[in-house]
Design a protein around this ligand. Structure first.
Ligand code: M6R
Length: 609
């Protein structure tokens, strides 16, 4: 779980690398480092801590004139965050430097072998083994040495490598971890994703899996790991570096919460067919006949994407009449799921790089399933390896806590429900009702966002509490889970999500004046039941923050605080009820002065199992 950047060209490499690392910090931020070539020798600067600390520490010491280098921001997997374990890693003779994202699974065996050959290791990392291997094989041909070393490793890697005596060549390679090449004028960039390089060039090559790239100032060659030249396509990235900035908000998370009217609209643009009461999803790559034959869907995902899948399951069964189930990706791959020709597997992932989800995708594909993706990151590993799918078009999500991706996932799942439902049991009129309701969602979200200040006031009253419970039923049970996840991951407050009716089977014992309950109590088929649950909480001295439907005055009798959301149809209600929960978590974390965009122990894209 790391971000890597490489540069070869005519500029001073250090500032380019530092800027690139700053854009990639969402991938990991416990240590950072840079390696440059200065007059035929490698110079390495690395430190525990964030990129800003590395910059402050190295800036004045770096001599001008280095126009090639590699850099890394780390999220520890092997060995604690420390200077020794920070990347870049060098070989025993200090001739090559290497940065790595991924995991070398057979590193222990390789390390033992190298130790017997006399190599002394400086770190606890799996990556140093790879650096030492490249060093062992390096006799002036960097590409040859990298290719020879990679042939010995099992596991995943995205790497960038330079050699001190070869100041014109930057080598990159990937297997299972993302890597993109930026094509400039007399210069090349290499990075874990395009956000690190868009300020310099919009022309990029998304490297295919198991490929190797050789970059010098005027040329590039892309090969497979056996050095056979491969075809590739130069693409134009359509978001700017500015799009990545916070846009006036104190945190990316808040900016992303406020982007949701637009991102939800983007997810349905060109896909929602209001007059037909249906949807078109071209990327599925399935013909109508195939779609009609599907009788079961398995959704596979992790974290917030898994919560979206739970809502999708409900929509699919209740509205479209297709049997659906939801699996944690990390569990799916270790069971023996039954997949028949009429089962469709949908993997859902914002980043498209989540290791558990990718592994589940491969397991399903291996069993002969048609695997489709719902992804945000264009060109990501999941997007590439699925047979087809639907992009969210939500733009880069930088805050570690997923917000806009969740609502875009719900939007795509609603479109999918419409499409499959119209082939089965949704009538034309029912389809139109759903499509019109979906069309209204962006404006309804805008209306909820206007209550930001009021939600902040509620947060101000509760931010010192150390435990919360979130309750919801039916379509809004997954939203309770999502609300609790948002709060715990950014504020470090213990929060549990529960189906409201399950409370009486245990969690009710927790209720007292110190445990606030956030209850989603919309005017739907379970409203009266949820109201009873609220009364049970009141009877035990608990305080209730209710998410209610606009116009419901009755609920004020039972809840200490009410946040209203506009009325919509039940299947779309999670798109609205989740917004106050995102804001509540955000403001509570802000009052607690937490690092909202980069919470402790977490990273944006979890590329390890
Ligand atoms: O990129 P993905 O959607 O595959 O990520 C899955 C989870 O790691 C992610 O949703 C995580 O739970 C977030 N931190 C939630 O806010």
């Amino acid at each position: 779980m790391c971000g890597i950047v490489g540069y070869v060209g005519k500029r001073e490499a250090f500032p380019v690398l530092i800027e690139g690392l700053s854009a990639l910090e969402y991938r990991g931020y416990d240590s950072a480092g840079v390696a440059l070539i200065d007059k035929g020798s490698l110079v390495v600067w690395k430190n525990k801590g964030k990129v800003a600390q590395l910059k402050a520490f190295a800036e004045k010491k770096v001599k001008p004139g280095s126009t090639i280098g590699i850099a890394h921001t780390r999220w520890a997997t092997h060995g604690v965050p420390s200077q020794a374990n920070a990347h870049p890693h060098t070989d025993a003779k200090n001739r090559i430097a290497l940065v790595h994202n991924g995991i070398i699974e057979n590193y222990a065996a390789l390390k033992d072998k190298l130790k017997k050959e006399g190599v002394v290791f400086k770190s606890e990392t799996d990556t140093e083994v790879l650096a030492q291997l490249v060093g062992k094989y390096y006799k002036g041909d960097l590409v040859g040495a990298v290719s020879q070393a990679l042939a010995e490793v099992d596991g995943t890697f995205g790497i960038a490598v330079i050699a001190g005596d070869n100041p014109d060549v930057l080598v990159g390679a990937r297997r299972g971890s993302p890597l993109v090449v930026g094509v400039g004028d007399g210069e090349y960039f290499l990075a874990s994703d395009a956000s690190a390089i868009v300020r310099y060039t919009k022309r990029v090559i998304y490297l295919k899996d198991s490929s190797l790239v050789v970059l010098n100032r005027s040329d590039h060659t892309i090969m497979d790991l056996d050095k056979k030249v491969m075809t590739y396509e130069i693409q134009h990235v359509d978001y700017t570096a500015e799009a990545l900035a916070k846009g006036g908000f104190p945190h990316f998370m808040l900016k992303e919460i406020f982007e949701q009217p637009d991102t939800i609209r983007n997810a349905m643009r060109g896909r929602l067919l209001v007059d037909d009461g249906s949807a078109r999803l071209d990327g599925l790559n399935l013909v109508m006949q195939q779609l009609r034959q599907i009788n079961r869907i398995i959704f596979v995902a992790c974290g917030t994407s898994w919560h979206a899948a739970l809502v999708g399951e409900h929509m699919m069964e209740e509205i479209a009449g297709v049997s659906a189930e939801v699996e944690y990706a990390s569990e799916f791959r270790y069971r023996n799921p039954i997949i028949d020709p009429h089962t469709l597997v949908f993997v859902i992932s914002q980043s498209g790089e989540t290791a558990d989800t990718l592994a589940a995708l491969r397991e399903a594909a291996n069993k002969g399933a048609t695997v489709l993706g719902i992804c945000n990151a264009v060109g990501s590993s999941i997007a590439r390896e699925t047979h087809g799918g639907v992009y969210l078009h939500a733009g880069p999500e930088i805050g570690v806590a997923s917000t806009k991706a969740f609502t875009s996932q719900l939007t795509v799942l609603a479109l999918l429900t419409l499409l499959l439902g119209r082939m089965r049991r949704i009538s034309h009129d029912e389809g139109i009702t759903i499509a019109q309701a979906l069309q209204e969602i962006p404006e309804q979200v805008k209306k909820i966002l206007k209550q930001n200040a009021a939600i902040k006031d509620i947060a101000k009253r509760y931010w010192k509490h150390n435990n919360f419970i979130y309750l919801g039923r039916s379509y809004n049970f997954p939203v309770a889970l999502e609300g609790a996840l948002k709060l715990k991951e950014i504020s470090y407050i213990h929060a549990e999500g529960y189906p409201a009716a399950e409370m009486k089977h245990g969690p009710i014992a927790l209720i007292d004046k110190d445990l606030p309950s956030v209850v989603i109590a919309l005017k739907d088929s379970v409203y009266e039941k949820v109201l009873s649950n609220i009364q049970e909480i009141n009877a035990r001295g608990g305080q209730v923050i209710a998410i209610a439907t606009e116009g419901d005055k009755n609920i004020k009798k039972y809840a200490a605080h009410v946040i209203y959301v506009p009325k919509t149809i039940p299947m779309l209600s999670p798109l609205l009820s989740v917004i106050p929960l995102q804001l509540l978590a955000y403001h509570i974390a802000a009052f607690r002065k937490c690092e909202i965009d980069q919470p402790r122990n977490l990273a944006k894209s979890v590329t390890v199992e």
